[in-house]
Design a protein around this ligand. Structure first.
Ligand SMILES: Cc1ncc(COP(=O)(O)O)c(C=O)c1O
Length: 371
């Protein structure tokens, strides 16, 4: 059985992180200028195989900055999936544009291209696919729609560092990608984010808007309204140390996924993460879906796991169920949102612990299964 209370996630902070953060503190470069900012941006750009990376204060400000850089504004529409973290839609609304909620594909849990095509209007300016829980969205199909209608693509890659689509890293597939380094992500800087792009004009504009749109020629003169969305050198020091281990972190998540696959009794009604043959998932979250769960029995199941010392989390609530974006439910998103949950997955988890969690899950599902 399970040996210790198992949280859903936990950052892996070690001696190297302590060393670099301390060095940054002692250097006096504690704000947003310093060698670690440049080093972090460079190593992250290399990792994503893109030309440019821009460190920002978090993933949410990164999404907002990307939208502002692309001149998304009131009167525009941006297509977003109904099942995602709320920041995806909130940042669109923050620009004055309307987030148009679209249903997801039941296998990838990412934007369903056919539903995206049906949602395009004369006002649509961009598509914001989310690589949910570490699996890439179907980018070729989305790019074809974007090309046909002249739309931008902003990849919300907050949960998918290192995920691949047809052998290419996410973050370099659309006009830009946005990552989060919140404490539960693949790598962390405490709070933090990164925008990636191959477009030099986008890069220059985003960098400028990140820093109040200050004129490069004339200090304290601002040609438009910008933001302070900068990352600190202290956060970047943490990021540089984490980047040294990112491949190991991803491999561990893949190992954990495989341990769960071996141990949880799946069948047509009990499923774990799908991985399409064109994607390499980084399994940011291990996802359990049970067809016979209702929202209530899913929540009862999570409570029973908690009583055994195992933390879990429900899938995101659909945006269409929230007051600010309320509309008729979208069938696949609603079904997944009501019946899905995420299981513990973090670097320090051992195989024995995963097997212990899986045993508990098998027992509880057996007890709860309708007969
Ligand atoms: C899909 C998605 N988008 C955006 C964000 C926002 O990132 P942050 O928490 O760094 O602001 C998150 C994460 O938390 C996320 O999961």
């Amino acid at each position: 059985m399970v040996m210790r209370p198992i949280p859903i996630s936990q950052p892996a902070i070690g001696a190297r992180e302590e060393e670099l953060v301390l060095e940054a503190v002692r250097s006096g470069w504690v704000s947003s200028i310093g060698k670690y900012i440049d080093a972090f941006e460079e190593s992250f750009a290399r990792f994503c195989d893109v030309k440019y990376a821009i460190a920002v204060s978090n993933g949410t400000t990164g999404l907002h900055l990307a939208l502002e850089t692309l001149n998304i504004k009131a009167g525009d529409e941006v297509v977003v999936p109904d099942l995602t973290f709320v920041a995806t839609a909130n940042t669109v609304a923050q620009t004055g544009a309307v987030p148009v909620l679209v249903d997801i594909d039941p296998e990838t849990l990412c934007l369903d291209p056919a539903s995206v095509a049906a949602a395009i209007t004369a006002r649509t300016k961009a598509i914001m696919p989310v690589h949910l829980y570490g699996h890439a969205a179907d980018m070729d199909a989305l790019q074809a729609i974007a090309d046909e209608h002249g739309l931008a693509i902003i990849e919300d890659a907050a949960e998918a560092h290192g995920a691949e689509y047809k052998g290419r890293r996410v973050g370099g597939l659309g006009n830009c990608g946005v990552f989060s380094f919140y404490g539960n992500k693949i790598i962390t800087t405490g709070e933090g984010g990164m925008i990636t792009t191959n477009d030099p004009e986008f890069y220059q504009r985003a960098r400028n808007l990140r820093d109040h749109a200050m004129s490069p020629e004339r200090r304290y003169w601002h040609h438009e309204r910008g933001f302070n969305y900068r990352m600190t050198n202290l956060q970047a020091a943490l990021g540089v140390a984490q980047m040294e281990r990112i491949d190991t972190f991803i491999q561990k998540r893949i190992d954990i996924m495989n341990w769960y696959r071996k141990s949880i009794h799946t069948d047509g009604e009990v499923r774990l993460n799908r991985e399409m043959n064109w994607s390499r998932s980084v399994f940011w979250m291990v996802c359990l879906e049970v067809d016979w769960f209702t929202e209530k029995t899913r929540n009862d199941f999570m409570a029973a796991m908690k009583a055994c010392g195992i933390d879990s989390r429900p899938y995101f609530c659909t945006l269409s169920s929230m007051p600010m974006y309320a509309r008729d439910p979208l069938a696949v998103s609603k079904r997944k949102s009501d019946s899905g949950l995420c299981l513990p997955s973090f670097y320090d988890l051992t195989e024995a612990e995963v097997v212990g969690v899986a045993d508990t899950i098998n027992d509880l599902l057996e007890e709860m299964r309708p007969r």
